[in-house]
Design a protein around this ligand. Sequence first.
Ligand code: HEM
Length: 225
Amino acid sequence: MRRVVTLYRSSVGKKILMAVTGFMWLGFLLGHMVGNLKAFQGAPMFDEYAHHLRVLGEPILPRTGFLWAFRAVMSTAFVAHLLLAWQTSRQSRAARQSGYRKREDLNFTFASRWMRWGGVFILIFVVFHVLHMTTGQLHPDFVEGGAYHNLVTGLGSPVVAALYALAMLVVALHLHHGVWSMFQTLGANHPKYATLRRPLSTIVAIAIFLGFVSIPVAVLAGVVS
Ligand code: HEM
């Protein structure tokens, strides 16, 4: 714990913690995307998958015990990622104001501004999304335990489906820069790997976008119904 605090206090440490928390969410997104694709296999498969998430770890852990532990870890990582982003952007803005304004500064400002506003949008989306698909307060016809039904009826409105598609675009663009930056922080800056960073982050962003957006598109097209 003391090591994490020391790491958190240094600016390099902040970047490392941002990369690690970002990586955790990237892992979640890949798993979530693969899970969502089970919708193409029909209601029984998708509902069984959703049910398994709730009973994972049973009987060693109580029912939904693993899910709640996972939620706690991922929420902490999300909040830490946001706070670190806010702190590092304040620090680098202060540093830039006291230095020369160069061309790279403008590019850098654009990327960091985009990451900040994209991040705020993703935060709002995640809050909406959980109230929509998981707890049901913002769902027009929520059925407890009916994950497939909730997915299909929740994305049945073109406006909501378009909102999801837009959110996936923002998530993909956030990942495009975030994954690139994460590789740099975690040491893949070596000339041997440097040329791979851009194509790799592009592939991740496109895969995440297509994998997720296929669901609202399939619901609207009646392929998932
Ligand atoms: C088209 C895109 C997406 C679809 C169709 C979708 C679908 C779903 C569904 C159906 C659930 C409820 C699962 C269940 O009740 O077992 C869910 C939960 C969730 N989704 Fe998504 N999702 C999408 C994108 C995202 C993205 C981009 C994020 C994060 C940035 C995200 C984060 C979450 C979270 C945090 C939960 C709650 C998990 C829990 O605590 O049980 N989702 N999603």
